[in-house]
Design a protein around this ligand. Structure first.
Ligand code: URA
Length: 203
């Protein structure tokens, strides 16, 4: 669908359920994904976490953050005292984008244009959820929420995304990619420290 068609659809939806049905009906922007991976959690949740596109496991199971990055996120949330079930989790891009290598489906980074396409849906979704704090996990989420690319390292911490109270931190998958265990531990501890701050800001 064109941007005009999407904005028309979005104007007409009156609930999160209708929005989700419209996202599912719109299909993937890039062919390949099995399904739209929709947001999960409560409307009115204090914290909404926004990730990138779903990964292989999320595409198979149809739920956000259930693969390796999601498991790491769960561990860090527990450690920081945040209950995943009372938060809202979603992705900036709703479909898995990948390159097939043999049997493996390798995650591909979405282009700026693809992020912009999905941004319509995300903004409306967050209007319905209306969280106290919106957390951008990684660069793709920042691009979607801020509407421009910002380096994580220099912008990490509390911020605003338009009118919304926001927080910028790393994506859990970036921790998994660090080759040295010492660096992974340090990055994980810094991530948990961010989540503790997030819990305080949202309460
Ligand atoms: N990474 C994301 O950003 N979202 C998911 O749902 C899974 C991995």
């Amino acid at each position: 669908p064109t941007d005009e068609a999407i904005s028309e659809t979005i104007r007409n939806v009156t609930s999160l359920e209708e929005l989700n049905a419209a996202i599912t009906a719109s299909g993937p922007l890039v062919p390949g994904a099995t399904r739209a991976v929709l947001g999960e959690g409560l409307q009115g949740a204090a914290i909404a976490f926004v990730g990138e596109p779903p990964g292989d496991q999320e595409d198979r199971q149809g739920r956000p953050f259930v693969g390796p990055a999601g498991q790491l996120l769960d561990r860090a949330l527990n450690e920081a005292g945040i209950d995943r079930r009372s938060s809202y989790l979603t992705n900036a891009v709703k479909h898995f984008k990948f390159e097939q290598r043999g049997k493996r489906r390798i995650h591909q980074r979405p282009t700026t244009g693809e992020v912009r396409h999905y941004r319509w849906w995300l903004e409306r979704e967050l209007d319905f959820v209306n969280p106290h704090l919106v957390v951008a996990l990684g660069a793709t989420a920042v691009l979607a929420l801020a509407g421009k690319a910002l380096p994580i390292s220099r912008n990490r911490g509390a911020t605003h995304f338009g009118e919304r109270l926001g927080f910028i931190t790393v994506h859990p998958s970036s921790l998994l990619r660090l080759p040295q265990e010492k660096d992974r531990t340090q990055a994980y501890d810094a991530f948990v420290a961010d989540l503790r701050q997030i819990r305080k800001l949202a309460s």
